[in-house]
Design a protein around this ligand. Structure first.
Ligand SMILES: [Zn+2]
Length: 405
């Protein structure tokens, strides 16, 4: 057994089709010359893994189009000023998700709290899901603190039963509600996707909405939704969709093959950067579930934005006036994390270096400015004499995570 199997209808032919499309991309063809054919899915073991850049190279050449309706473009991660794109047809493949995952139904009043626009997928993905449930939807988007009171008033008056957002957005909302004694007794379901669950929500949600439980989606803009979980599953454990074939390889890195008929992104053994292992889920559902073990590619999530630490430090470190740069993430029990770029200035550093670096990082890190809109102090550039080193090992890491009590 090579670890590749799927009961999805037409799986092998769909994988073959993706392989043929990838072979037609001039810049990728060489990688696939040794892969003669896929007699069965087991032969995927001979197919080289893809990284995000490979998918972007393929998409730039293939320019995929949906067979029906519109083709939608979304930003697919990356720490760069120019967005890398992923594609999906109208509906964003959510019919399959709806078959497997039912946190809301026709009687729900559902608030979609993912930020909208700017190529972000979450808002539209969950809107497509809501269409299938027959619920009543409220397209809220992301809101600022000064708007919270008005909106909570609306939620209570209308009897909102479900709300969804990124864990960072939910932390801000539920943290505020808890602090201010706001109660949402009719809330049943909290939908989340975009970053790991945060344990603070396990304390804040019951204080605000004692009847609410969390329901998660896991995926990426390259693969779209990979898996779902329910309140009875651990928050890091996922039940894959039938069309998603996962394989746990060396160093526990997971690669995914997307077997959607006519899928637009050519996802064939694509490594998202997540590591994982197969487990039996505590919810008791049949079949194995995928438990995530964190990332292995240097990308950290800051308020739902993926930051490529190596790329950012290399970029900032090449600036005149910078002798060493380091990123520090401060985590708090009761509020959102903050990010600091620690910079040891070189002799030629000018006085405006921190301001220019601040603007540069905001301008070149996709969506960072957007998640800081209501809290500009969440990212700072700080001049320091020495980088922070581990006193025991003497090592100086590019990223330090500090838990502030
Ligand atoms: Zn489960």
């Amino acid at each position: 057994m090579s670890g590749f199997s799927s009961g999805f209808p037409g799986a092998r032919d769909i994988a073959r089709d993706i392989l043929n499309r990838l072979r037609s991309v001039p810049d990728l063809a060489d990688r696939y010359t040794d892969v003669v054919t896929l007699d069965s899915l087991e032969d995927l073991v001979h197919v080289p893994v893809m990284q995000r850049d490979d998918i972007n190279v393929a998409l730039a050449h293939l320019k995929p189009r949906a067979r029906e309706g519109a083709t939608w473009m979304f930003q697919s991660g990356g720490t760069t000023g120019s967005p890398k794109l992923g594609f999906a047809p109208t509906g964003l493949y959510m019919a399959e998700v709806h078959q497997q995952w039912k946190p809301i139904g026709p009687d729900d009043l559902f608030v979609n709290g993912w930020s909208a626009g700017k190529l972000w997928g979450g808002h539209y993905l969950v809107a497509a899901y809501a269409d299938l449930t027959g619920c009543t939807g409220v397209p809220l988007g992301s809101i600022g603190k000064h708007e919270y009171d008005d909106w909570f008033g609306f939620f209570i008056e209308r009897g909102v039963t479900a709300i969804g957002g990124s864990p960072s957005g939910l932390r801000a909302l539920f943290g505020y509600a808890r602090e201010n004694g706001i109660k949402l007794p009719e809330l049943r379901s909290v939908l989340w996707l975009g970053e790991a669950w945060h344990p603070q929500l396990d304390a804040d949600i019951p204080a605000v909405a004692p009847n609410a439980r969390r329901w998660g989606l896991y995926g990426s803009t390259e693969t779209w939704v990979l898996g779902t979980n329910t309140p009875d599953c651990p928050d890091d454990t996922w039940h894959l969709l039938p069309s998603q074939l996962a394989h746990v390889g060396a160093d526990q890195l997971i690669d995914f093959t997307s077997l959607k008929p006519h899928g637009l992104n050519p996802v064939l053994r694509y490594q998202t950067g997540d590591a994982g292992e197969w487990v039996d889920c505590a919810c008791g559902a049949e079949g194995r579930a995928l438990r995530l073990l964190g990332r292995r590619d240097g990308v950290v999530k800051f308020r739902s934005v993926g930051i490529d630490v190596d790329a950012m430090i290399a970029d900032v470190g090449s600036w005149p006036g910078v002798s060493r740069a380091q990123l520090r993430m401060n985590e708090f029990a009761d509020r959102l994390p903050t990010l600091e770029l620690l910079v040891c200035p070189a002799r030629e550093a000018t006085r405006d270096l921190p301001d220019r670096l601040h603007e540069h990082v905001l301008a070149t890190t996709f969506a960072l400015r957007d998640v800081l809109r209501t809290d500009p102090a969440g990212f700072k550039v700080v001049l320091v004499d020495e980088p922070v080193s581990n006193e025991r090992t003497g090592k100086t890491a590019d990223l330090i995570v500090r838990r502030v009590q």
